[in-house]
Design a protein around this ligand. Structure first.
Ligand code: NOJ
Length: 740
């Protein structure tokens, strides 16, 4: 670290304190001038869907009047420099002239979309993830947006839940690292910069643990589990200065998250000292009536504000109820003031009081409309997210001079679908997106032919296109099949009980396989699917998610070997739906199944092997990696010492490639039982063929800490296993003792 003189540091520190102070003072001043109605107005967020093209084009005048009278603090779903400017103008007609904040679901890219978030997580590439959010922020902020409702940092162990596509998978350690990278990317050099947007840690909390994987469903779990598995990414986000949090729709142990005082007030605001504000999820304050937690709007508003929900997204309850509740003495004004203060601070930090139109600049918007550098990055990122599941006969990479290739399946010529769920729609989407067909065609030699047959639709029982697909396959030297689930079959409210390829896709695959032609099976999906027949019978399988604007180029780069795939699964892939939830870091139980085929009086199913189809952290490469010389600095440590772990990784195959080297530990005995494995580190390394490298990890007692049954967070002396390897199942193990 560079050395600075004490006086220089004091000066900088002094300036930042006084800047902060002056914002506080300005907010205090503003608050003292605001009426109760105006305060409530700052807590209101409206969707601009019906006004998306700007207020001038709208027939509905009610919301516009409310904006003019200072009753709307923020809007979502208004996009574009001109559009946001037009709305902002109305807000500035209000008595207090407080600008609005414009929010949007910028979930995996904006103009340039990137792989769906679960796909990004499969890259295990924190730098690229951060950069993708930087790009998203640059593009979105040029379209008048100052706030994204991302990252979703919900840990999710149930692929039936459709929103697994939006998160980083099942692991708390990986999910926390990725969440932090995203926040850094969005918020850039800090709010106030023209290309920095506010990030949102959502959905607070435990939304990913919905019973049965059914969206919006209840969550009932021990506080220990909540703290150990689900809360760490949120705590880290708060510590990293994420600007906002969003409530979750679910109840937690019987109390809706939106009015959960323990979660919002006691933990987030008091213990974690979160400085930003909390926005409700869409209508979640009003939904507390249906939950059976509030009998009417008044009670819902009262419970939400007291618990610590600051902004009301689309329930329209705070404006209607808060002034009354304060006058009746049911809500102390200090709760309203605190919520308004938090929101106003962010408006000041964003610089909106200095220039309310600063993000609404048509020139910038034009520059970011088709940024070729961003697309180039999107193409690389897409390829990095691909996971090679099988390549038994080394069919991949294909030669670009393969004479005839057939692309078969419902997703080959899909364009807009390549975005995956959650993208902001633009009129020119269809023209901008590279389909998988185009991407592959562009890379095949001029003298080669790419044939195409759809074969079937993504989700019906129509087999009338089978014959043409079979004929097409027969003409080809290699068939690339794109199967999976439709892009809108994962995402919000897209829970599925059946995770097989939808419709008649598997039947189509079986028919094509009968032709005897070599098949590359490419799976487009937003979640881990169940494809047992394919996994057992098709030797070449590539998991390609939904890769975004450059999807076709990214996938072609992998198929033809411009890029050697290095992605690793961020979720366990089950053998069948009945095995769900299945995750790598479970407890051992008193009767663990030793082998995958053990059935008798062990914790197992009598009708199914116990291991998953593909384990967490799994992914192949076109090359081979060999692990050796695994050694530890000591097998007996004391107190605050550091354990150094070394392993040599060699690229022994025929291609340059990347490997994610993974470190797991097991705490063998504890005050409470500990998982059989816990990811504690990973490094993504690039090795040229023939090259090898020593990879070093360090562990300190901090990494051994866990929550006990009284929620005390500490580590215990004892025996530990240290494991290193290429995935959560394929590990070398050494044992150590760590004393206090
Ligand atoms: C509901 C979703 O749960 C949330 O994630 C999203 O940000 C809001 N809708 C706004 O679109």
């Amino acid at each position: 670290m560079k050395k600075y003189s004490l006086s220089f540091l004091l000066l900088i520190f002094g300036i930042s304190i006084s800047a902060q102070k002056s914002i506080d003072q300005k907010v205090t001043e503003l608050l003292s001038k605001m009426t109760l109605e105006e305060k409530a107005g700052q807590l209101v967020q409206y969707s601009g869907f019906e006004y998306a093209t700007g207020p001038q084009n709208s027939n509905s005048k009610k919301v516009l009047e409310e904006i003019k009278s200072g009753k709307v603090g923020s809007m979502l779903n208004v996009t574009g420099a001109e559009e946001t400017k037009a709305f902002q103008k109305l807000a500035l007609e209000s008595r207090m002239k407080i600008p609005m904040i414009f929010g949007q679901d910028v979930i995996h890219g904006f103009r340039t979309t990137f792989p769906i978030n679960l796909g990004q997580a499969a890259s295990w590439d924190l730098e690229m993830i951060e950069k993708s959010e930087r790009i998203a922020a640059i593009e979105a902020s040029a379209y008048g947006i100052q706030w994204t409702f991302a990252p979703m940092v919900d840990i999710a162990r149930d692929p039936r839940w459709g929103r697994v596509m939006e998160g980083s998978g099942e692991d708390t350690y990986l999910g926390t690292k990725i969440g932090l990278a995203r926040i850094k990317g969005f918020q850039g050099k800090g709010l106030g910069n023209i290309d920095a947007i506010m990030a949102t840690a959502k959905h607070f909390a435990a939304y990913g643990a919905a019973v049965g994987g059914r969206d919006y469903n209840s969550v009932d779990m021990s506080l220990r589990q909540l703290h150990e598995t689900y809360l760490p990414p949120f705590k880290a986000a708060s510590e990293a200065g994420v600007a906002t949090f969003m409530n979750s729709f679910n109840d937690i142990n019987g109390v809706p998250a939106t009015a959960n005082k323990y979660i919002l007030r006691d933990l987030l605001k008091d213990q974690w000292k979160f400085q930003g504000f909390v926005v409700s999820d869409w209508g979640s304050i009003g939904e507390m009536i249906k939950h059976g937690y509030a009998k009417d709007n008044a009670e819902a508003g009262e419970k939400a504000i007291l618990a610590g929900s600051d902004m009301d997204m689309e329930s329209n309850i705070y404006m209607e109820q808060l002034p009354k509740l304060v006058k009746e003495g049911k809500v102390d004004i200090k709760f309203v003031d605190d919520a308004v203060r938090r929101i106003l601070i962010k408006k000041f930090e964003l610089g909106l009081f200095d220039d309310p139109y600063k993000f609404s600049n048509s020139e910038r918007q034009k520059q970011q409309t088709n940024n070729l550098e961003h697309r180039k990055f999107g193409r690389e990122f897409g390829a990095k997210s691909v996971v090679l599941l099988k390549n038994e006969k080394k069919l991949l990479p294909l030669s670009k001079s393969t004479k005839t290739v057939a692309l078969i399946g419902p997703f080959g010529k899909e364009a807009v679908a390549m975005h995956g769920f959650w993208s902001v729609p633009f009129k020119d989407d269809a023209q901008r997106i590279v389909t998988q067909f185009d991407g592959i065609k562009n890379q095949l030699d001029k003298n080669s032919t790419l044939l195409y047959a759809k074969g079937c639709n993504e989700n019906d029982d129509n087999k009338s296109m089978f014959a043409e697909a079979i004929e097409t396959a027969k003409k080809a030297d290699v068939v690339i099949m794109t199967l999976g689930e439709g892009h809108a079959m994962s995402g919000e409210a897209k829970s599925r009980s059946n995770l097989h390829f939808s419709g008649v896709q598997e039947e189509l695959l079986k028919e094509i396989a009968k032709t005897g032609k070599p098949i590359v099976l490419m799976i487009n999906a937003g979640r881990p699917l169940v494809f047992d027949w394919a996994a057992d019978n098709i030797p070449t399988i590539v998991y390609s998610w939904w890769l975004g604007t450059e999807a076709g180029n990214s996938i072609a780069d992998v198929i033809f070997g411009n890029v050697n795939p290095g992605g690793k699964l961020p979720m366990t892939f089950p053998r069948t739906e009945g095995q769900i939830p299945i995750y790598y870091n479970h407890y051992n139980t008193g009767r663990p199944a030793g082998k995958s085929t053990d059935r008798n009086y062990v914790s197992a199913y009598i009708d199914l092997d116990n291991d998953p189809k593909f384990p967490f952290g799994f992914g192949l490469s076109y090359t081979d990696f060999k692990y050796s010389n695994f050694n530890l600095s000591s097998d007996n440590l004391k107190g605050n010492q550091t354990l150094t772990i070394n392993v040599n990784v060699a690229n022994t195959g025929k291609f340059d490639g990347e490997e994610v080297v993974q470190l797991y530990i097991r705490d063998l005995f504890g005050k409470v039982v500990r998982p059989i494995k816990e990811l504690k580190g990973f490094q993504k390394i690039f090795l040229k063929k023939g090259e090898n490298r020593n990879v070093t990890f360090k562990l300190t007692p901090e990494d051994l800490k866990f929550y006990d049954d009284t929620l005390n967070y500490d580590w215990e002396a004892g025996e530990f296993e240290i494991m290193v390897g290429t995935n959560s199942n394929d590990l070398m193990t050494k044992k150590i003792v760590w004393e206090k």
